[in-house]
Design a protein around this ligand. Structure first.
Ligand SMILES: [Zn+2]
Length: 360
């Protein structure tokens, strides 16, 4: 077999129910095909991601490994948008991607622009919501579980945590708490999705394209492909943050997305502090404005809806920086805490040991 035939065979494996899938992925002719290709390549580059996709397809009773799993976040955000906003947003194909990239971004493909949102970010936020539940009224969680949740979240964002949460959920979270976490995580992702839709809706031109390598700190599972994503001006970022919330008209929903956005920026501050301590070059200083300014912008405009002011937000920012410092201190004594590739667990909520390739 020549390399093209081998490539075709691999692409066919991703959806044996669709005889056109290999052609669509190898020679993408539409925006949807180009987007699908972005989703497909990481699954073929990484055995672990492929196994996750296979397990998901089996759970859904489909042959299609590219069936989106969290697509309802997009649908639910679109459903709450203004009619005009929705019409514009629906024009740009959008999808979650399971890969070692942690951002949401607008990518320029051979067929045009698409929005991709990283599942990595979604998982990291879930664990941050568990760690910092007191910020939004989560029923009490043991201290050791909170501490471990911070570590899982930090490792997820710096790409040392294996991306197989579907197979090995890192612990047993009680159902009522899990429902809280899922709800808040979904709203945070809706804010992130709304931010990307806002760039599109406002016609932001960006500051040109940057090469984005979806693989970072990868433990040698493959080289991956580079994507061309848009570099934004600070002004565009501030405008997209506000636009993501303004587009949501319902009173209750606007309160929820405001809370979600404020928590999102607090968590982002935590991640940035950890990354700076590990490697100053990891800080995305040239792609986004300072997180504290983005937080302040949102608090000044929407804080009143949820009885939050800058004094409160600044105190929380300081508190979350202290938590990041505490994690960094432990890391300084034991670098493996953050840098060793593998899986971290939720302390006393860990549950039984699961063995890779035996239990999942
Ligand atoms: Zn942006």
């Amino acid at each position: 077999m020549n390399p093209e035939d081998i490539g075709r065979l691999f692409y066919m494996l991703l959806d044996t129910s669709d005889p056109t899938i290999a052609d669509r992925l190898m020679n993408p002719a539409t925006l949807e095909d180009c987007l699908l290709r972005i989703q497909a390549d990481p699954l073929l580059d990484h055995t672990r991601l492929y196994r996750v996709a296979r397990a998901r397809a089996a759970a859904m009773g489909t042959e299609n490994y590219l069936e989106p799993v969290f697509q309802q976040d997009f649908d639910n955000y679109l459903a709450e948008m203004t009619d005009i906003g929705r019409m514009i947003a629906e024009c740009i194909p959008h999808r979650y991607v399971l890969t070692n990239s942690r951002e949401a971004m607008c990518i320029e493909t051979a067929c045009g622009r698409v929005i991709v949102v990283s599942e990595v970010l979604r998982y990291a936020l879930y664990f941050m919501n568990l760690a910092f539940g007191e910020l939004y009224g989560l029923p009490s969680v043991p201290d050791d579980v909170q501490g471990h949740a911070m570590i899982v979240a930090a490792r997820t964002m710096i790409m040392t945590e294996a991306l197989d949460f579907d197979l090995d959920p890192r612990g047993i979270v009680p159902n009522d708490i899990d429902a809280f976490l899922r709800h808040m995580t979904e709203w945070q992702m809706k804010f992130v999705i709304g931010h990307e839709f806002s760039h599109h809706r406002f016609g932001h031109k960006g500051l040109g394209l940057r090469m984005t390598r979806p693989i970072r700190n990868d433990p040698g599972e493959g080289k991956g492909h580079e994507w061309q994503s848009y570099k934004r001006s600070w002004h565009e970022e501030y405008e997209a943050d506000i636009g993501a919330i303004e587009e949501i008209e319902g009173e209750d929903s606007r309160k929820l997305i405001s809370t979600a956005a404020i928590l999102f920026f607090l968590y982002l501050e935590f991640f940035e502090r950890i990354e700076e301590a590990l490697d100053a070059t990891l800080a995305d200083i040239d792609t986004h404005p300072p997180t504290s300014e983005r937080l302040r912008n949102v608090v000044d405009k929407f804080g009143i809806l949820i009885d939050v002011d800058w004094k409160w937000a600044a105190a929380q920012l300081e508190s979350i920086q202290d938590h990041a410092k505490a994690i960094i201190e432990i890391y300084n004594d034991d670098p493996n805490l953050l840098l060793e590739y593998g899986s971290a667990y939720l302390g006393s909520w860990k549950g039984p040991d699961l063995i890779d390739r035996v239990d999942y």
